[in-house]
Design a binder for this molecule. Structure first.
Ligand code: ATP
Ligand code: MG
Length: 586
C-alpha cells in the first residue's frame, strides 16, 4: 500500500472520521475516559512531591494518612477511565467495521459484472477482511493516541515546568535528539518488517505452488528448480530475521543509554547551586517521575504517522469500491406476464478491454416458445451474446426487445426474473442439494414435490437418491463432492424449477455422457415447450431439434436456419456436422 499525498490523505481520513462520528455518544464516553486517563499521569507524578517532602522528610501526619488513599484513588480513576475509553472506542471501531463490511458487500451485489473482470477476487476479499480491520484499528488507535497522549504530554510538561522551569528548559534541549533517534530506529524497523513480511510471503507462495502442482513438478522434473527457489527464499527470510534482531537488540540499549545521558544532564543542572536552592527532593522526584511517564506517550505519538498511513491506504482501497458506479438501473417498466418474445436488432458489443467488436450486426426475431441454438468456434461470441439478454453487460449499439419493450426500459430485477440460466461455468453453493436446486426466491416457495420433479427432469434424482442424506446432503465448497456431470444436472434442475419464461443453456450438458445428454434433451423438449430457449452447444446432435440454428464466427452470424436447411446449404454447418459425424462413426 502506498503513501497518500497529504491533501488526499486528509480528505480520506475525514470521511473515515464521519463514520465514527455517527456513534458520537459512545465516542463521547470514550473521550471523557481518555481525558481522565490523561489527567491521572501528571496527577500521579505530582503526588511524588508531598510523598517525598511531606511524608518522608517532614513526617507530616496529615499527609501520612491521606497518601495511601490518594495513590489508590488515582489508580482507581486510571483503571475505570481506561476501561471506559477502551471499551467504547472498541465499540465504535467494531461498529464501523460492521458497517463498512455491510456496505462493501451490498456494493458487490450491485456493481456491474464487468467490475469483476478487472478486479481479482483475492483483492476484493482482502477489502472485506483485512483492509476493513486495518481501518478500524487505525481510526480508533489514531484517535486514542492523538487525544490521550497529547493531553498526557501537555499535562506532564506543565507539571515539570511548575516543579522546575530550569530543568524543563534543559530537558527540552535534549528531547529533539532522542526523538530523532527514535524516529530513525522505528522507520528502519518498518522497512525491515515490510521486507520480513514479503519474505514470509515468498516462502508460502513457493511452498503453496509446489504443493498444489506436485504432479507437474514431478513429471517435468522440477524438483531441483523448486528446491533452489525455496532455499533462496528460506535463506532470505533467515537474513531478514537476523537483521531485524540486530536493530531490535541494539535499539533498546541505545535508547536507554540516551535516556541515561538525559538524566545525567538533568542531574548536572539540578546540582548547580542556583538551581539546587529552588528544588526540594520531592520536587526533583516528581520531575523525574513525570519525565519517565513522558517517554511512552512520546514514543506512541512518533509512531502515529505510520498507523494513520496504513489506515488511509486501507480506506482508499475500501472507498474505491464503495464509490464504484452501480449497475445502470434506470428502467421503470415491469412485465407482469412475460410471453418470451425476444427481438434483437443490429447489436454491436465490445468489452471495455477489447479492441474490436466482439459482436457485430447481430439480429434475430425469436417468437415466444421457440428454441434458438448457437454454434461456432470457441471465442466466436456465443456466451457474450447470451450475457447481453439479462444485461450482465450493456451493448453499445442496437436494441434488444423483450415483448416489444427495449430491455433497458425494464427494471433490472424485473428483466432478470424472466430468465433462468445454466452458465458455462456453473457455480454451486456450499449447501444442501435441496437449497442448491431451490436457490434464491425459490427457497421459500418451492415444495418438496416441485424440487423432486425438477431433479427428475434433469436426471439428477437418480444420483441424489443414492447420496447419504438425499436432498439434504451437503455438497461441499462449489459442489466439490460431485462429478462434473452431476454438477451440471443440479444446475439444470435449478433452471427447470424456476418457472422463468426464457431459458439460457450455455453448454449445459457438455460434461454428460451421450446417453444422459439424450435423456435430458428429451425431457427438456417436453418441459420447455412453452419457454423461449437459447442454447449453446458444441455437440451438434443436441441441437438438431432447434427451431433455428445460428452459426457465429467472430461475432457475426454467418449462417442461419433449421438443421435440415443448414445441411442443405452445404456451408459451414454442414462442414462441422460432417466432422462430428465422421468422428462418431470412427
Ligand atoms: N469478460 C471479458 N472481457 C473481455 N473480453 C472477453 C470477456 N469474455 C470474453 N471475452 C472475449 O470475447 C470473445 C468471445 O468470447 P465468448 O466467451 O463469448 O466466446 P464463446 O463463443 O462463448 O466461446 P466458447 O465456445 O469457448 O465458450 C473472446 O475473444 C474472448 O476473449
Ligand atoms: Mg462460451
Amino acid at each position: 500500500m502506498d503513501t497518500q499525498p497529504p491533501q488526499q490523505g486528509l480528505k480520506i481520513y475525514k470521511r473515515l472520521v464521519r463514520y465514527a462520528l455517527q456513534h458520537w455518544q459512545w465516542l463521547t464516553y470514550s473521550l471523557i475516559g481518555l481525558v481522565i486517563g490523561a489527567a491521572t499521569e501528571p496527577l500521579f507524578a505530582s503526588l511524588m512531591e508531598p510523598l517525598m517532602d511531606g511524608a518522608f522528610l517532614d513526617k507530616d501526619p496529615k499527609i501520612l494518612a491521606y497518601m495511601p488513599f490518594a495513590i489508590l484513588l488515582v489508580f482507581l480513576a486510571r483503571g475505570i477511565s481506561s476501561f471506559i475509553s477502551g471499551y467504547y472506542m472498541t465499540k465504535v471501531g467494531r461498529t464501523v467495521v460492521k458497517q463498512l463490511r455491510s456496505e462493501l458487500f451490498d456494493q458487490l451485489l450491485h456493481v456491474p459484472i464487468s467490475y469483476f473482470d478487472t478486479n481479482p477476487s483475492g483483492q476484493l476479499l482482502a477489502k472485506l477482511t483485512y483492509h476493513v480491520e486495518q481501518v478500524a484499528s487505525a481510526s480508533t488507535q489514531g484517535l486514542t493516541v492523538i487525544v490521550r497522549d497529547t493531553l498526557t504530554i501537555i499535562g506532564l510538561l506543565g507539571l515539570m515546568f511548575y516543579q522546575s522551569w530550569q530543568l524543563t528548559l534543559g530537558l527540552l534541549l535534549i528531547v529533539p535528539v532522542i526523538t530523532l533517534i527514535v524516529i530513525y530506529v522505528s522507520k528502519r524497523f518498518r522497512n525491515l518488517s515490510l521486507n520480513l513480511q514479503k519474505s514470509v510471503g515468498d516462502i508460502t507462495q513457493i511452498a503453496n505452488e509446489t504443493i498444489s502442482a506436485q504432479r507437474e513438478v514431478r513429471i517435468f522434473d522440477g524438483e531441483t528448480y523448486e528446491k533452489e527457489r525455496f532455499e533462496a527464499a528460506n535463506h532470505h527470510n533467515w537474513k531478514m530475521h537476523l537483521k531485524n534482531a540486530l536493530t531490535d537488540k541494539i535499539s533498546t540499549p541505545l535508547i536507554q543509554f540516551m535516556i541515561a545521558i538525559a538524566l545525567s544532564i538533568i542531574i548536572y543542572i539540578a546540582t548547580q547551586a542556583s538551581v539546587l536552592e529552588t528544588l526540594t527532593p520531592g520536587k526533583f522526584t516528581a520531575f523525574i517521575m513525570a519525565l519517565i511517564l513522558l517517554l511512552t506517550p512520546v514514543r506512541r505519538l512518533t509512531a502515529i504517522n505510520s498507523i494513520l498511513q496504513k489506515g488511509i491506504a486501507a480506506s482508499t482501497s475500501i472507498f474505491s469500491l464503495l464509490d464504484e458506479q452501480r449497475e445502470q438501473d434506470t428502467g421503470k417498466k415491469e412485465l407482469t406476464q412475460c410471453k418470451g418474445n425476444v427481438r434483437v436488432e443490429n447489436i454491436n458489443f465490445r468489452y471495455n478491454s477489447s479492441e474490436k467488436d466482439v459482436l457485430s450486426g447481430l439480429s434475430m426475431d425469436v417468437k415466444a416458445g421457440e428454441k434458438y441454438a448457437f454454434v461456432g468456434k470457441s471465442g466466436s461470441g456465443k456466451t457474450t451474446f447470451v450475457n447481453l439478454l439479462p444485461r450482465f453487460y450493456d451493448y453499445q449499439q442496437g436494441t434488444i426487445y423483450l415483448d416489444d419493450i427495449p430491455i433497458t426500459e425494464l427494471s433490472l430485477s424485473n428483466l432478470r426474473q424472466q430468465f433462468a440460466y445454466v452458465s458455462q461455468n456453473i457455480t454451486l453453493f456450499n449447501d444442501t442439494v435441496r437449497n442448491n436446486i431451490a436457490y434464491g426466491h425459490q427457497q421459500s416457495t418451492a415444495t418438496d414435490k416441485d424440487i423432486r420433479t425438477a431433479a427428475q427432469a434433469a436426471h439428477a434424482l437418480e444420483f441424489i437418491e443414492k447420496m447419504p442424506q438425499g436432498l439434504d446432503t451437503l455438497i461441499g465448497d462449489d459442489g466439490i463432492l460431485l462429478s462434473g456431470g452431476q454438477r451440471q444436472r443440479i444446475a439444470i434442475a435449478r433452471a427447470i424449477l424456476s418457472n422463468a419464461p426464457i431459458l439460457i443453456l450455455d453448454e449445459a450438458t457438455s460434461a454428460l455422457d451421450t446417453e444422459s445428454e439424450r435423456h435430458i434433451q428429451a425431457a427438456l423438449v417436453k418441459l420447455l415447450e412453452n419457454r423461449t430457449t437459447f442454447m449453446i452447444a458444441h455437440r451438434l446432435s443436441t441441437i438438431e431439434e432447434a427451431d433455428c440454428i445460428l452459426v457465429l464466427d467472430e461475432g457475426k452470424v454467418v449462417e442461419s436456419g433449421s438443421h435440415a436447411e443448414l445441411l442443405a446449404q452445404k456451408g459451414r454447418y454442414h462442414h462441422l456436422y460432417q466432422m462430428q459425424f465422421s468422428e462418431q462413426t470412427d
